[in-house]
Design a protein around this ligand. Structure first.
Ligand code: F0G
Length: 482
């Protein structure tokens, strides 16, 4: 069914919910915003949320809950062991995913910790469509390495390929042949491939990956954190899925995978995470790690209230008119920016709108973090907080050499059911202004640089006084606007 059409022909997304609780936002004047950005070391992770107008850093743990989720939280059964809430959540997962066993964990990376500790050994290789930051860090810390084998179109910024998150099957066969199958810990597929712009894979591709795994006796691990968007795109874009319900597609996906894990901060409009499998053997191998790192088996570090919210949220994720809200708002933003000639990742994916900093600020070398500089500049001119997804999010080699990212992106995530269309229009307007004034944006350099996941805490300085020039130009065009 997809999008609701307007008689006027206007192509805009329509919210299929009404707002019943609101949170007041503040928009500080630009002179203050530039100070906040400097105090935060030009790292959007270090801004205080009260100083942010539109928080588009992430869709993790910040999606709006429904009335049904909030009311379910009131019936949570608070007990250390044997909680009724756990039983209800486990049953929902059995019904929706068709998987028998469920191990709760406090968030997605906690699942990655457990899966990597159990299955990754010194010298192991994990082929995957594309890495996620925490996924790679957990595999590497356990002595393994990753091989990214997304199709070539996946890392082309502008493309019309409907499934840019697909794994290249020939490359998968080559990785297995080159390393030997005994070295492959497992093959990993990520739904809504995060770091290349929330791009989906097709059901057909997953079926092909499964075939190769079967031929080589390999395990297939599925990161379902961004499953909702991927499901929507499969239903919209893939012939074999058009006649299936979202629930049917979900079951088909799960039946192809040995282990499915997810961040419930993304999937199910809640917070938490979990690992699902149909194999008792795999379940037993992972089980003791839950009690060691997360909590007892029936809560795994999650609050029971969140578990109830997740149960209801997972059911809501099977409703096409609920899961289409993210992709439709993102599509609107991407298409509007694209029409204005502003470089964005196309086609629109899930998760958020991704500005292509490599072209937006093509005068900034990768060694001066173009996507990080763009994130800083956008906050200064708009109060919109995005997230750098480029070289800053990579890690240096042991000898200090920079690893330049394939893409330099500024991700503007679209938390689900949170923003209205006029707020999205405001973001588009300020991005357009910034694009017209892009030559004023300069680079950044680290002044404090942690070795691991440096993008979280690293602090940077501008390479010149470009931020003052940006403020002056803004004030010329907007003498009395916030
Ligand atoms: N896998 C994917 C695909 C993710 O997008 C994330 C988190 C994780 C695993 C880890 O889950 O945060 O619950 O520990 N992505 C967030 C983001 C952080 O902002 O994109 P987590």
């Amino acid at each position: 069914m997809g999008k609701i059409k307007f008689f006027s022909g206007e192509d805009i997304p329509l919210e299929m919910h009404k707002v019943r609780i609101v949170q007041k936002l503040e928009l500080a004047p630009i002179e203050q915003r530039v100070k906040y950005m400097q105090e935060a070391g030009n790292n959007t992770f270090l801004l205080n949320n009260r100083d942010v107008f539109m928080d588009m850093l992430t869709d993790s743990g910040v999606n709006a809950m429904s009335d049904n989720q909030l009311s379910a939280m009131m019936i949570a059964d608070d007990s250390y062991a044997g909680s009724e809430t756990f039983t209800r959540l486990e049953k929902t997962l059995q019904e929706l995913f068709g998987t028998k066993y469920f191990l709760p964990a406090h968030q997605g990376r906690a699942c990655e910790n457990i899966i990597s500790q159990v299955f990754v050994k010194e010298g192991s290789v994990v082929p995957m469509n594309y890495h996620f930051t925490t996924t790679k860090a957990h595999i590497v810390i356990n002595g393994g390495s990753i091989e990214e084998i997304v199709i070539d179109e996946g890392i082309e910024v502008t493309s019309s390929h409907p499934f840019k998150g697909n794994m290249d099957i020939d490359k998968l066969k080559e990785v297995i042949a080159r390393n030997g199958k005994e070295k492959i810990a497992y093959v990993r597929m990520e739904a809504g491939t995060n770091l290349i712009g929330g791009q989906p894979f097709s059901l057909e591709n997953l079926q092909d990956v499964r075939k190769v795994c079967d031929e080589n006796g390999l395990m297939l691990v599925f990161d379902a954190s961004l499953l909702s968007d991927n499901l929507y795109f499969m239903k919209e874009r893939e012939e074999q899925c058009k006649s299936m319900s979202i629930e049917e597609i979900t079951k088909k996906i799960m039946a192809l995978c040995d282990i499915t894990y997810f961040s419930a901060r993304k999937l199910g409009f809640a917070r938490g995470g979990g690992i699902c499998t149909n194999s008792k053997d795999l379940y037993m191998k992972m089980r003791e790690y839950i009690t060691l790192y997360e909590g007892f088996l029936t809560y795994g570090g999650m609050s029971v209230r969140e578990m109830e919210a997740l149960r209801v949220g997972l059911n809501e994720s099977m409703d096409e008119h609920i899961i289409n809200q993210g992709p439709l708002f993102i599509e609107y933003m991407v298409n509007e920016l694209d029409k204005k000639g502003i470089p964005v990742i196309t086609p629109a994916g899930g998760l958020g709108c991704h500005l292509d900093a490599m072209r937006f600020v093509d005068h900034i070398p990768q060694a001066e973090y173009p996507a990080g500089a763009l994130a800083s500049a956008l906050y200064i001119v708009s109060g919109v907080r995005g997230m750098e997804r480029g070289t800053m999010s990579e890690q240096r080699e042991d000898d200090g050499t920079e690893v330049f990212s394939n893409m330099e992106l500024l991700r503007l995530a679209m938390p689900r059911r949170v923003f209205t269309l006029s707020q999205v229009k405001y973001a588009i307007d300020r991005i357009e202004w910034l694009y017209k004034n892009r030559k004023l944006i300069g680079g950044l350099k680290f002044v404090e640089e942690p070795k691991t996941l440096r993008f979280f805490f690293g602090r940077l300085d501008p390479t010149s006084n470009w931020q003052d020039e940006l403020v002056k130009a803004f004030r010329k065009d907007f003498p009395d606007s916030l």
